[in-house]
Design a protein around this ligand. Structure first.
Ligand code: ZN
Ligand code: ZN
Length: 363
């Protein structure tokens, strides 16, 4: 059985659990995962006896080379209208429960479908099913993520050992990293790199500034690469010289918390327990209110996907989930520290993909 057919069968098993006969997949990332299509106009219908991919004329050639195991249909109107035609033929007089991705479909598209579909077809919200499958990676996916991680590791070594930080602007370092990622063989970066020095590092989603990075401060560098559609994600916080005691203490606190959370990762561990492993240490040090985001997130075709590791997260880890472990402490107006590794969940622990040092490194 091919990878794509295995995914379709797993999806059909989930559909059966929820009493849905067919799933209309409109999230393009999910479309890619299921049928291989990487273009920007396409959708698919998946059910026990249906594998249909619909795209417009611009993408027929691409679909020919990318899509397998699905019948490709050229849409003649907008794609939803084509789906309606297909379903009219299929449903006939019989009732049909059609799942749709309710987290993705717009209100306008839903209204249009409701209006055009025959009464026999019932629209059933069914978001998150493909995302559940995507959370567990196969060997091919792990291989792509490994390669994306290795290139990002090389980028960190390059910036630390060759390029440097102090004296360059944050924006210039970010641009250099993007260029270098491509030179090292990545398809690109998985998100615009964050380079945030001193007080800018205290903002977890800092904007790049056109100001020179000073000496004797901390610089948060958060970046990932893309290989074969798969992302990596890593953060290191570098020192550009001598640091005040508080900055050194916070760095060690985050490093210890990060290691504790990595230690807590294994198959069956509750997502909130992994978060708590890092959070408790930061709270015990009196810095709990300076760690406002979750401890980690899944990474795959998207840089943020399932599962989420947060205090409010339900569920537990499965073998071959790929997650980040990235606690941080952000001291407003002063500096931030975040350390982020990418790990693969295994039966008795985890495999840490990120292979660069976590000790405070002076650049
Ligand atoms: Zn990151
Ligand atoms: Zn991340």
């Amino acid at each position: 059985v091919s990878t794509l057919e295995r995914r379709a069968q797993q999806l059909c098993a989930l559909l059966e659990e929820t009493g849905i006969e067919l799933l209309l997949v409109t999230n393009l990332v999910n479309v890619r995962y299921l049928c291989g299509f990487t273009g920007t106009s396409g959708l698919c219908l998946v059910g026990p006896d249906q594998r249909t991919f619909v795209t417009d004329f611009r993408y027929l050639e691409r679909a020919k080379s990318e899509v397998s195991g699905y019948e490709t249909i050229q849409g003649r109107q907008d794609l939803l209208g084509d789906v309606v035609e297909l379903l009219k033929q299929r449903a006939g007089e019989r009732s049909l429960r059609l799942g749709f991705e309710d987290a993705i479909m717009s209100v306008a598209s839903h209204a249009k479908l409701s209006k055009l579909l025959p009464d026999e077809v019932e629209l059933v919200p069914a978001g998150g099913l493909v995302e559940r499958l995507r959370a567990v990676k196969d060997e091919q996916e792990l291989d792509a993520i490994r390669r994306a991680t290795a290139i990002a590791d090389d980028l960190y070594r390059w910036v630390a050992e060759s390029h440097g930080l102090a004296g360059h602007t944050e924006a210039a370092v970010a641009r250099a990293l993007e260029r270098r990622a491509q030179e090292l063989g990545a398809d690109g970066v998985s998100f615009p790199p964050i380079v945030a020095a001193a007080e800018n590092g205290a903002l977890p989603h800092a904007q790049l500034r056109d100001v020179e990075i000073p000496r004797d401060t901390l610089v948060v560098v958060d970046l990932g690469c893309m290989v074969d559609g798969y992302c990596s994600d890593c953060t290191r916080t570098f020192a550009t010289g001598a640091l005040a005691d508080e900055a050194k203490q916070v760095y060690e606190l985050v490093r210890t918390a990060q290691a504790a959370a990595v230690e807590a990762v294994k198959e069956g561990a509750e997502c909130k327990a992994v978060d708590a492993a890092a959070r408790q240490l930061i709270e015990q040090a009196g810095r709990g209110e300076l760690f406002q985001h979750g401890t980690g997130h899944g990474v795959g075709l998207e840089v943020h996907e399932q599962p989420r590791l947060a205090a409010s997260a339900d569920g537990s880890l499965e073998s071959r989930n790929v997650v980040t472990i990235e606690p941080g402490v952000y001291v407003p107006g002063s500096f931030g520290v975040r350390i982020e590794d990418l790990v693969v969940v295994r039966e008795n622990g985890c495999e840490v993909l990120t292979a660069i040092a976590r000790e405070l490194t002076e650049v």
